[in-house]
Design a protein. Sequence first.
Length: 237
Amino acid sequence: MSTRVLMVISAADGWTLADGTVHPTGYWAEEVSEPHRVFTEAGWDITVATPGGIAPTVDQLSLGIMGGMPGKRSAVQEYLDAISEQLEHPLALDAVDEEEYDLVFYPGGHGPMEDLTVDPVSGALLARRLRANRPLALLCHAPAAVLAATDETGTNAFTTRRMTGLSNVEEKFNPFACKARWLLEDRLKESGIVYDKATLPYRSHVVVDGNLYSGQNPQSATALAERLVEDLGARTA
């Protein structure tokens, strides 16, 4: 029986900034395409889910110059086109039982900063997954989703756990970041999470804390997915 992956993608198509303006966004193309490709090539079965079952929006910046060299961007676009049917018809997150999946994987982009960071369904799913000590992975901005994993006292389920995510320095490469209401690195630290990052910005960096996996940035997408395939494959073997 093949390994089953639940890929939870933000349904947001905008990120509300401190001045009230909304920056167009969504998921970062490479952060969906690369893990999906790596998992598929490993023979894994992937299910896509979003809040409300809304088809996710790709951040167009991730298909432009910020997405890398032209050849890389073309390959990413081609892969997304190949899985467009799946992306256009996701399951609703509240109708999914994460216990049925061997891995829960959250790709990033600024979208999670808008919806998943306050989504109670996603927050409860993440807390349950963590308590069950089953494989869970979050990439780049996706760790923003763990901010919703709080109990009635406001205590975060991920407190004291070691994670990475897009750093403040990396975020500030975006010209609109100066208008952000908050930055991910700051908020993770405020939640009691032990934040870890690479020495240099935009270098691949993967952090593993038990069954909790995280990748710092888009450059970590392939390495994170390959580490998951290696580790979960070894457990199956």
